[in-house]
Design a protein around this ligand. Structure first.
Ligand code: GLC
Length: 569
């Protein structure tokens, strides 16, 4: 087994609902993915991470699972799944499944049983608590603590039948599993083994840093302007998290041979903690998704209170993680996923004159860092945020709940709330994959479950796949460079021109070979003092992102959104 095969691998995330619809019901499905396997192979990715396809009431688009061992009929059948897996494997692409085990759906039989009576054997599989301070169930303030849910409102839901509340860090249809109970852990490990036995190659672990909680579930501080307490200190990086992850590794992966990938989604994780989670000697997870760089634009009011981010802040943060995980551990590198607005609109410039160049520049700086890059569907086309016109255009539960709470309960200005949603809503990432200029972007022959971004007439795979100067072609080159270059896969990282306010520049070095990445992340020309890059005078340009990126050498100027990669002979 090659422990670190993923150092030279690139992962592609498929959000099945929005990728490709094969049967015209307006919702993407497994056969839709099967129809586009050659596209993934053409791009050159090594791994597909598939967002949840399990049976689900779809309160949170499948992140609320009612049967871990069933494919939702919306997406297809096990025959389709087996065909997809075989089709990927025959192209040398691995399949990583989404593992959502901080919570289940409230329609999962485990929860249905658990809720059925106070003394049901599965009662303790979830977090049930009596009303606080002897209050009556349902009385104002009777929730067992003051935590808010990530999707607005309290993190507790009353079950009138038993008069107790259950904890849900996300929607009320996503009750949290109680990992203190060893039967819960066994059931999860059993399910993971069942999928690995079917041939999958690993797991992306949804909010896995929330599975161990401080069992007293104490009240959290209420941040200014918020309605609820912040439970994060008590449910994230909880007291038994390392123990649970080590136990999971032992029970699921330790006895297997093969090249697997585990990546833990960990909102709020620090570098010091990430070093521990990803230290191979500790056998927990291969890598984590940290959130600092995608949280930089959060203001005091959180993600809906967004602020512009400077190039300085962005590169310093990314460089800090590069250095932090240089010796032990490993980074995952991402701009986008199904929870983030589109990077070209967020840190680039999605206006027609800059869209492609800024998408390529951002792709370049991300892919050539040390770590495993993740591409989210459509990112490789430079897909942009969506000009949503009204709240009725959105589908995401987090977005809709926030709007209702902010406007109806807190009385915030509806137009201002809408403007923030347009920039930050997760639905920016969830509109149909843009395959062609055909109606609904070629995603479906029916009515899509969410409208396509109207820019699909220009931004789409058909237009890009054979165009040598497209964002797609550039991503393909970046992936190819990672495959071929040991410097990219394994080199050291050093930030250069560290205080430059427009340029993100760094050097990668390995066994005497060196690569310089020099990118202007602004729409203005950038000048720099070439003497700061002494030693690079004779380097050759190996990659550029503009049609006319000619080898001017390390000349002291970089065009708007230009990204240059030099190699030292
Ligand atoms: C993760 C998922 C997100 C989901 C949440 C609850 O953050 O990425 O989409 O809503 O967990 O499962």
């Amino acid at each position: 087994m090659n422990e670190t095969w993923w150092k030279s691998a690139v992962v592609y995330q498929v959000y099945p609902r929005s990728f490709a619809d094969s049967d015209g019901d307006g919702i993407g499905d497994l056969r839709g993915i099967i129809q586009h396997l050659d596209y993934l192979q053409e791009l050159g990715v090594d791994v597909v991470w598939l967002s949840p396809i399990y049976a689900s009431p779809h309160d949170d688009n499948g992140y609320d699972i009612s049967d871990y061992r069933a494919i939702d009929p919306l997406f297809g059948t096990f025959d389709d799944f087996d065909e997809l897996l075989a089709g990927l494997h025959s192209r040398g692409i691995k399949l990583v499944m989404d593992l959502v085990v901080n919570h289940t759906s409230d329609e999962h039989p485990w929860f249905v049983e658990s809720a059925s009576s106070l003394d049901n054997p599965k009662r303790d599989w979830y977090w049930w608590r009596k009303p606080r301070d002897g209050r009556q169930p349902g009385e104002h303030g009777a929730e067992p603590n003051n935590w808010g849910s990530a999707f607005s409102g309290p993190a507790w839901q009353l079950d009138p039948a038993t008069g107790e509340y259950y904890l849900h860090l996300f929607s009320r249809k996503q009750p949290d599993l109680n990992w203190e109970n060893p039967e819960v852990r066994e059931a999860v490990y059993d399910m993971m083994n069942w999928w690995l036995d079917r041939g999958v190659d690993g797991f992306r672990m949804d909010v896995i840093n929330f599975i161990s909680k401080v069992v007293e579930l104490p009240d959290g501080e209420v941040p200014p302007g918020r309605l609820y307490g912040d439970g994060y200190p008590f449910y994230a990086q909880g007291p038994r998290l390392h123990e649970f992850l080590q136990e999971m590794h032992e029970r699921v992966f330790a006895g297997r041979s093969g090249d697997f990938l585990t990546v833990g989604e960990m909102p709020g994780v620090t570098i010091e903690e990430a070093q521990l989670f990803t230290d191979p000697a500790r056998a927990e997870v291969d890598m984590v998704f940290q959130f600092e760089h995608v949280d930089l634009d959060h203001g005091p009011g959180g993600k809906w209170d967004d602020r512009p981010v400077s190039v300085l802040d962005l590169k310093r943060n990314l460089a800090k993680w590069q250095e932090g995980l240089a010796r032990t551990g490993w980074n995952s590198l991402y701009w986008n996923n199904h929870d983030q607005p589109r990077v070209v609109s967020r840190f680039g410039d999605d206006r027609p004159e800059h869209r492609a160049a800024s998408a390529k520049a951002l792709g370049t700086v991300l892919h050539l860092m040390r770590g495993t890059p993740y591409v989210y569907q459509g990112e490789e086309l430079g897909m942009a945020n969506v000009p949503f016109e009204s709240i009725d255009d959105f589908r995401d539960i987090e977005t809709l709940n926030h709007y209702a709470e902010a406007v109806d309960i807190q009385g915030q200005d509806a137009a201002a709330v809408m403007a923030a949603l347009r920039r930050t809503s997760r639905d920016n990432a969830r509109t149909p994959m843009q395959w062609s200029a055909a109606p609904a972007a070629g995603f479906t022959t029916g009515t899509p479950w969410i409208e396509a971004n109207p820019d699909y007439v220009l931004v789409n795979a058909e237009a890009e796949i054979h165009a040598p100067d497209s964002v797609f072609a550039h991503y393909r080159r970046l992936i190819d460079v990672r495959h071929r270059s040991e410097v990219v896969a394994d080199g050291d990282f050093t930030l250069v021109l560290a205080d430059h306010p427009q340029l993100f520049a760094y050097v990668r070095a390995h066994n005497g070979r060196r690569l310089l990445v020099l990118a202007n992340l602004s729409g203005e020309p950038a000048r720099y003092d070439a003497s700061e890059l002494a030693g690079w005078e004779d380097a050759a340009l190996v990659l550029g992102n503009l049609d006319d990126s000619v080898d001017r050498g390390v000349s002291g100027s970089v065009e708007p959104w230009e990204a240059l990669v030099f190699e030292q002979a």
